[in-house]
Design a protein around this ligand. Structure first.
Ligand code: SF4
Length: 439
């Protein structure tokens, strides 16, 4: 049985407030300004807590992906709150268009809405794959460019904040700087400026220079990278505030940028056509678009390096990292990108990694946990811990597990010795296995 809710139409842009589930907090705050500048009234949801997961569990089968369960629970919790005029509220959900279940969350959301008595609430889809034509958010070129700029700027602010926050002399400086730049960039976007590639490439230097004025003392600290399924990697609701927890443990945290996932989706257009055939013009167009995006990303990295911050290599370089480990044809979930990000982090000095995965997420267990032994064979210093997230996994178990990883990291920081590479037997399956379930 198909559960239907009204389509989101162009007229609703003026009359409806669109609720957006929270994920990458900084980038989404900037995107909200991009949507506002094009006439949309939006609110990025901040409601969290166990009741969100419980509501999700009530209306979504517990076998369903944890991100779907949380996003749907967060929407229902917001609608139940009484804060919104239900005649003029719509919901926005993304669809990746890939082969995984994320493309179908929208159907689960509609079913949950009907069952919960909210069958009149329109659902808009944000996707770049031509899905849900009747209910897609109308994407204009200016809006698309502003959204892209929001992600680039947001990624840069997150990276600069993390690298400053861990070493700042005066607590709160990095956060205050980030708030200042979020407000500034929101103003730019609202005023239709500084979102072209040309302007962004200049502004990146202003931003990096400003962060470099924060007084810091660089002392050796445990550096931790976070990779994983896109929702639990970024969403504080999905990962039980992982970034804050790591910071509370006196770590420098590296959360690879959201643009990596956008680039990965664009790159996959060409990879699909190379592997399975298709329109070469589309492949060429996607490749040219990827080069354009990569050029902007590299400019932000150059600006960061100029002012003494760490920055990763280009996306084209990132695509070479999984060579000999996993095929670029592995494109379910976060696919080869997840493996590539782990390698890049290790090579960049962030050898301690939390791989955040929804429990039961098969694709990311393959490209995440499944690649750990191979990565350790090439990089014996890699200290990677997969952590599963689902409604029954307790925060304390997850944090204890991460603390174990940090204990190893601290020991290495105090006594740096070259770890031995894995033996052939270990590689063949005898390597120390890491428990997945965190019950
Ligand atoms: S990647 Fe994992 S969590 Fe995401 S849709 Fe696929 S199975 Fe679900």
């Amino acid at each position: 049985m198909e559960y239907m809710t009204p389509n989101f139409t162009k007229d609703m842009v003026k009359t409806h407030k669109i609720l957006i589930p929270n994920m990458a907090v900084t980038q989404f705050r900037l995107m909200q300004a991009a949507l506002a500048s094009e006439g949309y009234q939006t609110e990025v949801l901040g409601n969290c807590g166990s009741e969100v997961a419980q509501l999700g569990l009530k209306y979504v089968h517990n076998d369903t992906c944890y991100p779907a369960l949380l996003v749907i629970g967060q929407f229902l919790d917001a609608l139940n709150s009484g804060k919104y005029d239900l005649e003029h509220t719509a919901l926005l959900i993304t669809q990746t268009g890939g082969g995984c279940r994320a493309s179908n969350y929208i159907k689960l959301l509609r079913k949950a809405l009907v069952k919960a008595g909210y069958g009149n609430i329109p659902v808009a889809s944000l996707n770049f794959s031509g899905l849900e034509k009747g209910s897609g958010l109308p994407l204009t070129v200016p809006l698309l460019r502003k959204v892209i700029a929001s992600i680039f700027y947001g990624d840069m602010l997150v990276a600069l904040r993390s690298q400053t926050h861990a070493y700042e002399n005066h607590k709160g400086d990095a956060d205050a700087m980030t708030e200042k730049w979020i407000a500034t960039i929101q103003g730019w976007i609202r005023d239709d400026k500084n979102y072209s590639a040309h302007d962004m490439k200049k502004r990146f230097y202003d931003i990096a220079a400003d962060y470099a004025t924060i007084p810091i003392t660089r002392v050796p600290k445990v550096k931790v990278g976070v990779v994983g399924e896109i929702y639990v990697k970024y969403s504080p609701l999905g990962n039980n505030d992982l970034e804050k927890f790591l910071e509370s443990q006196d770590c420098e945290v590296n959360l690879p940028g959201l643009m990596g996932f956008v680039n990965y989706c664009v790159a996959n257009y060409k990879l699909d056509i190379d592997l399975y055939g298709g329109n070469k013009l589309i492949a060429g167009g996607a490749d040219a678009f990827l080069s354009w995006l990569d050029g902007i990303g590299c400019a932000s990295y150059d600006a960061m390096r100029k002012y003494g911050f760490y920055a990763p290599g280009s996306f084209r370089e990132l695509m070479k990292k999984p060579e000999g480990i996993i095929s670029l044809g592995a494109k379910m979930g976060e696919g080869w990108l997840l493996t590539a990000e782990m390698i890049e982090l290790v090579e960049g000095g962030y050898s301690n990694i939390v791989c955040a995965q929804p429990f039961g997420c098969l694709p990311n267990h393959i490209v995440g946990k499944g690649m750990i032994n191979k990565i350790r064979a090439l990089h014996p210093d890699a200290n990677i811990t997969p952590v599963d997230y689902d409604p029954s996994a307790t925060r304390v178990n997850q944090e204890n597990r991460i603390k174990l990883m940090l204990a190893v990291a601290r020991e290495k920081l105090d006594n740096p010795t070259a770890p031995k590479p894995l033996t052939a037997e270990e590689l063949a399956g005898g390597a120390p296995q890491v428990e997945t379930t965190v019950q």
